[in-house]
Ligand binder design. Structure first.
Ligand code: G3I
Length: 382
């Protein structure tokens, strides 16, 4: 149980008063009471604790923060051994016009990662969202296949040998669209190419970059509840079908956008998903972990952080029971620019910023950081 006392003890790993969490400031907590031996960098970093267990740990990187903030780049180097561009490999960012690619942000991040010994995930080749405005006016059933193949060849080819794993297809299952196989039909890719777009994308990706681990990535598949159960079954059936058809597929990405107030747990359902992936010989990556705390009724930051941290612990502990899980990435590192802090997401408490990530807006570790580290320590070695 994360008590206020434990949080304060954990926070004592922070090395300067300026870096103290808000709740410790002005509470008689001074520099002299800070125990510098419990550093959060070096041997105390997330990556040190993860790699001791054979795990990768990382975060999604906002191109804007990466460009503008030295502190953020320093945090990436200190804490992580894998990163994923949050947006800059998506079609709408890479392809401002049909004939032009803008690789500026992706090139900068990938060069930085290589220089600093950090692996990179690629996100993503195919998604029904983040499609550029020009797409609707010029892509047809006749030219869609050529366009998709050329896109994967161009982008995958440019970064060949530099990508740990590609999210080849993102979020292709949407039960509500009513197909027996659960495939999302309200997607330009499905509308233009039919269900075959998945195999086409994976086969092209393998041809282009044979060393990248090819991943199917989705959300809403981790909880023990009816909706997640249906989606999980459809995802597993899709992966099984692809394997049976010898489609090149190496990994399942579990996004894990989860909630601090959820009554549902991560037990039987998550085990079924992980066992299913294992039976197909797939690795599993937790690709986009964050904890939405908008619905928590308390405004007390310590209580909110403790609730978020409990969910981190619960989810990661259960996920790491499976030896298939090789990487844990959060969707962002700092609450400062989490997508969960966009106005349209903060519906219940619009005036309150969410605290979904291991670092707060001042890059101070939150309770979730300490839970991540402890949970890595308790995992079996991969
Ligand atoms: O950068 C522009 C800014 O110049 C402009 O003023 C502003 C006005 O809307 O938009 C800014 O761009 C936004 C961009 O995020 C950067 O913040 C886009 O509107 C917004 O659509 C975009 O949202 C991203 C979303 O995917 C759609 O691409 C989120 O950052 C990103 O976190 C989110 O990530 C997805 C994963 O790819 C897949 N899984 C779910 C996850 C969360 O939705």
């Amino acid at each position: 149980m994360l008590t206020r006392r434990k949080l304060i003890t954990q926070a004592a790993g922070i090395t300067t008063v300026a870096a103290l969490p808000q709740f410790l400031r002005g509470a008689g907590f001074t520099m002299t009471s800070v125990d510098n031996s419990r550093s959060i960098t070096g041997a105390g970093s997330l990556k040190a604790h993860a790699s001791a267990r054979g795990l990768l740990t990382g975060c999604a990187v906002s191109a804007k923060l990466f460009r503008e903030d030295d502190g953020f780049r320093k945090l990436l180097i200190e804490q992580y051994n894998i990163v994923v561009p949050e947006n800059c490999l998506k079609w709408n960012i890479l392809r401002p016009t049909p004939d032009k690619y803008d690789f500026t942000d992706a090139d900068n991040l990938i060069t930085f990662a290589q220089t600093n010994g950090i692996k990179v995930r690629g996100h993503n080749f195919v998604w029904h969202e983040a499609i550029p405005a020009w797409f609707a006016g010029m892509v047809t059933k006749d030219n869609a296949e050529k366009l998709l193949v050329e896109h994967i060849r161009t982008v995958g080819g440019r970064y060949k040998g530099k990508i740990h794993s590609w999210d080849v297809v993102n979020e292709a299952i949407w039960i509500q669209d009513g197909r027996p196989d659960g495939l999302r039909t309200r997607s330009p890719w499905f509308e233009l190419l039919g269900p075959e777009y998945l195999d086409l994308a994976f086969r092209t990706a393998r041809e282009v970059d044979p060393t990248a681990l090819l991943t199917y990535n989705d959300y809403g598949i981790e909880y023990d509840n009816e909706d997640n159960e249906k989606k999980r079954a459809a995802v597993l059936a899709l992966l099984r079908r692809m394997k049976a058809d010898k489609v090149p597929l190496d990994a399942l990405g579990i996004q894990a956008h989860i909630k601090a107030d959820s009554k549902d747990g991560f037990g039987k359902g998550l085990r079924e998903l992980l066992d299913g992936a294992r039976s197909l010989g797939l690795q599993v990556y937790v690709t986009e972990l964050d904890v939405n705390d908008d619905a928590l009724t308390t405004d007390d930051i310590v209580e909110r952080d403790a609730a978020v941290a409990r969910v981190y612990r619960d989810f990661i502990t259960n996920a790491l029971e499976s030896p298939q899980v090789k990487a844990v990435l959060t969707w962002g590192a700092t609450d400062k620019n989490s997508w969960l802090n966009s106005r349209k997401i903060r519906k219940i408490h619009p005036d309150r910023l969410q605290r979904p990530l291991p670092f707060n807006e001042n890059y101070e570790p939150t309770a979730a950081f300490f839970e991540m580290r402890e949970t890595f320590d308790k995992a079996k070695k991969r």
